[in-house]
Write a protein that binds this ligand. Structure first.
Ligand code: SF4
Ligand code: MSK
Length: 625
């Protein structure tokens, strides 16, 4: 018998989402929530991580009754291998994204494209200096070529450590070296994890977990950091600016194009093309007042940070945005794009356009987007969207709310500029206890959790305790819709944050970018640790992903912990079938890397745990608690 769908009020905290879920049900459109209902209960072995499909002597499922797979692997080995591959999937995603930016830089250096250029020369030279490349007396292109070669080499097997380890405090690097955790090359660590988890290789769970951490570090300090830094070089370093968020950013009188995925390489061109008079005039000929480009997920975050485009929503809003009936095209690159979007687009006049050969969707209009032809292809894509406006059915349009204001654009460079040119005022504010600590809240939505209930609650609880919050990824839109990304949100913060953020005119919750931009938070932690001459694990900081779902979020969590940052998850990964692996994750790593995961579904308690941790760290630094 078909299960009753869960009440809409239990699915999300947002009115715009509820309105669209009601519309979906009225129009007979299936959403992620309906499919979750049909998939539950999930397989208990898979939830515990105790299934193995790594060879055809299996698949095997181990339990108390049958504790060994056909090859003799026990639950510890199987869980560690599964978790290792899970994290590696995330590291591969982020890092391949980073590689795509190097390839755009290569196209610039080789003179193969005029559509992209080096926008932030100062940043290029600063990065070059950090990774040991000579800059004085050399042209921008000479420096760029060396940076390109250096970063390509970071993916290979010839280095002892990835270049951005130059940013890491020596004490932390020594710790990694002692544990054989130093990330040597991005592709190397990823390939080695696949090797180790082949049948008959690494059959020691803690050893596999150490390599999982090494692979995650190659993501955080390698692939992701390269992705962030080169995006800044090519598209500009984000600066604070105002924008708007929620489904109200979709405009009934405009051609609406949603950009979705992670990499700004395509979406920056779409935005540029959407501003060309010829395309705008064509939109007007068809009865629209203009062309509106709005963001979803992390491609949205990238364009929000640099260009201030409005944000239509996060992960669980992607289907609902199309259900407004006012979206002419959804243009995707890769990661976190539910294939259901093709089906839902097909219920409306919406054109679903994919742009990456490595992320094709059956039923989509495909463009093999290339740096050489980027602008030409972007014009074609925008033109498809504009022509689709004529097919819109106004009777099916429902835009459920007015947009809410948000402030965005907090790169480390912007924060340092706001502080007058150095991190010193932040260090002083931490020392004085006005900022007691900082927590990065990052990651996703998960339909198993009431959408954004945890993301918002944790941010609210932390700022009350004078703990500065930095948000990235899908938590951005959550914080924005909750009114936390505007300077006025200091009303909800403790007195210390009110004082500091009030004097700077910034919100107590800072938008720090997309998923790869968690590398900005790593860099900030390293800079603070270097300024205080301590390890990252000595800082009063933490990280959290309350509603995570993706392999990438697991990689982020693990590189945060391995970097010395105490990290909260709202629900556990599929590791509970191994006591050894679980104990290592939630306590054993503390001895090794100075931080652990903690799992807590109650956000008041999670905030208290962070508060306690921050007290301990502050005390150890000789500061008031
Ligand atoms: Fe089973 Fe071992 Fe093969 Fe995994 S590797 S499927 S546990 S026999
Ligand atoms: S998009 S990884 S749902 S944050 Fe970066 Fe959002 Fe999580 Fe994808």
């Amino acid at each position: 018998m078909a299960k009753e769908p869960r009440p809409i009020d239990e699915l999300t905290i947002w009115d715009d989402a509820k309105a669209m879920l009601r519309k979906a049900r009225a129009e007979g459109i299936q959403t992620v929530h309906d499919r979750l209902d049909r998939q539950t209960p999930h397989c208990k072995f898979c939830e515990l991580g105790t299934t193995c499909r790594n060879c055809t002597m299996g698949p095997c499922r181990v339990s108390e009754k049958n504790p060994l797979g056909v090859c003799g692997a026990d639950a510890d080995v199987i869980v560690a291998r599964n978790f290792g591959r899970f994290v590696t999937g995330g590291a591969a995603g982020h890092s391949d994204h980073g590689r795509d930016l190097i390839e755009v830089l290569e196209a610039i250096v080789e003179g193969e494209t005029k559509d992209y250029r080096i926008v932030a020369e100062d940043k290029l030279r600063a990065i070059a200096g950090e990774v040991g490349i000579q800059t004085e007396g050399r042209s921008t292109m000479e420096v760029a070529r060396d940076v390109m070669d250096c970063f390509f080499a970071d993916f290979g097997s010839r280095k002892k450590e990835v270049s951005f380890l130059a940013r890491v405090p020596q004490v932390r690097k020594d710790k990694w070296a002692g544990l054989k955790m130093t990330p040597r090359g991005v592709d190397r660590e990823i390939a080695e994890m696949m090797h180790r988890t082949h049948m008959g290789c690494d059959n020691d769970a803690p050893n596999t977990m150490i390599h999982a951490a090494r692979t995650a570090l190659a993501d955080g300090w390698g692939g992701s950091m390269i992705g962030t830094e080169l995006s800044d070089v090519i598209f500009g370093v984000p600066t604070p600016k105002m924008s708007t968020a929620n489904l109200g950013v979709i405009k009934a009188d405009k051609v609406n194009i949603l950009v979705h995925g992670h990499n700004p390489v395509v979406s920056e061109m779409i935005l540029a093309a959407s501003r060309e008079p010829e395309l705008v005039n064509r939109a007007k000929e068809l009865g629209a007042t203009g062309i509106n480009v709005a963001g979803l997920c992390c491609t949205g975050n990238e364009l929000l940070m640099r260009q201030g485009i409005p944000m239509a929503g996060n992960h669980l809003m992607t289907e609902l945005a199309i259900i407004t009936g006012a979206v002419e095209a959804i243009v995707v690159d890769y990661q976190c794009i539910m294939p259901s979007l093709v089906q839902i687009s097909g219920c409306y006049h919406t054109k679903f356009i994919d742009t990456a050969n490595k992320a094709r969707f059956t039923g989509a209009i495909h463009f093999d987007f290339q740096p050489r032809t980027a602008m030409k292809q972007a014009r074609e894509i925008v033109s498809i969207a504009v022509e689709a406006f004529a097919q819109r059915d106004p009777g099916r349009v429902d835009i459920p709310c007015e947009p809410i204001e948000i402030m965005t654009g907090f790169s480390n460079e912007a924060v340092i500029a706001a502080l007058g040119g150095s991190l010193d005022p932040m260090v002083q504010a931490i020392a004085a206890g006005d900022i007691r600590g900082a927590v990065g809240i990052v990651g996703c939505n998960n339909p198993k959790i009431k959408q954004d209930s945890m993301n918002v609650k944790l941010a609210e609880e932390l700022i009350k305790k004078d703990i500065l919050v930095l948000v990235t990824g899908c938590v951005t839109t959550a914080a924005g819709k909750a009114g936390l990304l505007v300077p006025g949100a200091i009303e909800k913060a403790g007195p210390g944050l009110q004082k500091v953020c009030g004097s700077l005119g910034i919100p107590p919750v800072l938008h720090y970018g997309s998923c790869v931009d968690n590398a900005r938070i790593l860099q900030l932690c390293a800079a603070l640790a270097n300024a205080l001459k301590v390890d990252i694990s000595d800082l009063p900081v933490g990280a959290s992903s309350p509603e995570w779902y993706s392999e990438k979020a697991a990689a982020i969590g693990l590189y945060a912990v391995a970097s010395g940052i105490y990290t909260h998850l709202g629900h556990p990964p599929n590791i509970l079938g191994s006591k050894t692996v679980t104990d290592l994750a939630v306590s054993g790593l503390e001895d090794l890397v100075g931080a652990t995961f903690f799992i807590e579904p109650d956000m008041v308690k999670a905030a208290d745990m962070f508060d306690q941790r921050i007290r301990t760290k502050r005390k150890a630094l000789g500061l008031s608690e």
